[in-house]
Design a protein. Structure first.
Length: 220
């Protein structure tokens, strides 16, 4: 099980059997993804996970904390996925291509987690998501900043571009690429824009990378 960075759960949760811990997280993810936060019943999660409701409340103060623990678990998986990026390679475009591939794989490997994250980004969940958003976005913001700063220093991209603005735009692009493999709504949205039911992944990545390359090129 990926490590949980924050302590939205009680210390007792850290002490239980890893398989039991993973089962609770997996069931919680499934329920939050299927029913949404408000309609999810923590009693039902406990029942499906095979634990008593008393045990559940010995691990989590509330449903809010269980939800935040799920969000933190997703962050841990994302951080681990991004750690696979080879930041030492000289071609910054290859790094962004890796990020596109990782974002798609993350969406396909963890569809329910991505659906939970989509709900977290809605205004109605802001009271909870504000406790996670900085953590989620900081990891990608720092990554983009470091990649672009290095490429700018080496003369690979336009020295006039604002790194923070470009990082924001690139993150939006890659995030939307990820969402396009997360839910029916975004899959249909991709089909409307691309005019294809199942666009070839390699062709799509190639065209997105051409867009990124020309956007960052010097003298454009």
């Amino acid at each position: 099980m990926a490590s949980l960075e924050n302590k939205f759960h009680k210390s007792t949760f850290d002490k239980i059997d890893p398989e039991r811990k993973q089962r609770i997280i997996d069931v919680a993810i499934s329920h939050f993804a299927k029913y949404g936060f408000k309609a999810t019943n923590i009693n039902n999660i406990a029942s499906e996970a095979g634990i008593s409701i008393g045990s559940m409340y010995s691990y989590f103060e509330s449903k809010d904390d269980l939800y935040l623990t799920v969000g933190d678990y997703g962050y841990s998986l994302l951080a681990r996925a991004l750690s696979e990026v080879n930041r030492k390679q000289k071609d910054h475009l290859k790094i962004f291509e890796e990020l596109l591939r990782i974002s798609r794989r993350y969406a396909l490997d963890y569809p329910e987690l991505n659906q939970v994250y989509l709900e977290m980004t809605t205004q109605g969940m802001s009271a909870l998501s504000d406790r996670l958003s900085y953590q989620f976005e900081e990891i990608t913001a720092n990554l983009y900043h470091s990649i672009l700063e290095k490429a700018q220093e080496e003369g690979q991209v336009d020295p006039e571009i604002d790194i923070r603005v470009v990082s924001f735009c690139l993150d939006n692009l890659i995030m939307m690429f990820q969402y396009s493999y997360t839910s029916d709504y975004y899959r249909n949205r991709m089909k409307i824009f691309l005019g294809e039911e199942n666009p070839d992944e390699e062709v799509l990545i190639e065209k997105v990378m051409l867009f990124i390359k020309r956007s960052l090129a010097k003298g454009v």
